[in-house]
Design a protein. Structure first.
Length: 215
């Protein structure tokens, strides 16, 4: 598919990192529309129940949902991105505010990863992504902290290379934060997991990593 979606919610926004290119698909998830309007950005689609926006936009680009639903507006927007042929999803405005929604968006990352879709949750300081049975390759220019957390169940054969605190074929438990606050060292670095899912967090100032299947 090779198409990128930029999805914007109503949470903490990083306008300096919001840089859609021609051909990208921009979606406002409910109150995310209010984040885009000051930038003069017209989204390709507006999705939600519009409880946080405070009014229901009109037009062909609007997909309105009942507030009585099982999915969050960000989740519904991600569904629309996949329908539009996007296989890389950049989620903005999905942190801050209510902690419940931040946790829901971390779960959404894991769900998208299981569908073999590349997704990142981005704010001004931190980017999060999920990794299942694969490897993330970070450039030598990467700096700051990197944290790795098991998601849902134990993650096995976890290997961290090129970081201050290496691991080799370790098992991470979802109830013990062994992978918190590692550090880049000026070398190329890699995070691998052979079985299970991890959530990886790193500075938003770093280049997003390349992905490979676990081998």
């Amino acid at each position: 598919m090779n198409r990128r979606a930029w999805i914007v919610g109503a949470g903490d926004f990083a306008p300096a990192l919001f840089l859609p290119q021609a051909g990208d698909f921009v979606i406002a998830a409910d109150g995310g529309l209010s984040r885009l309007e000051p930038l003069g950005v017209t989204p390709d689609l507006i999705v939600g129940d519009f409880d946080s926006l405070g009014y229901a936009p009109q037009g062909a680009r609007v997909v309105r949902h009942s507030p009585i639903k099982d999915q969050t507006d960000m989740d519904l927007a991600a569904d629309e991105a996949v329908k539009a042929g996007c296989d890389e999803l950049l989620l903005f405005g999905g942190t801050g505010g209510r902690l419940a929604h931040t946790l829901a968006n971390l779960q959404l990352l894991a769900s998208l990863e299981k569908q073999e879709l590349c997704a990142y949750l981005i704010d001004e300081t931190t980017t999060a992504t999920a990794l299942q049975n694969g490897t993330l390759l970070f450039a030598a220019e990467s700096s700051g902290y990197l944290s790795v957390f098991a998601h849902g169940a134990a993650a096995k054969n976890v290997t961290l290379r090129g970081l201050k605190y290496p691991l080799q074929n370790a098992e991470l438990s979802p109830d013990f934060p062994l992978g918190v606050s590692n550090e880049f060292t000026g070398r190329s670095a890699a995070v691998s997991v052979g079985s299970g899912t991890v959530i990886v967090l790193f500075s938003s100032q770093n280049e997003r990593p390349k992905r490979e299947k676990f081998s």
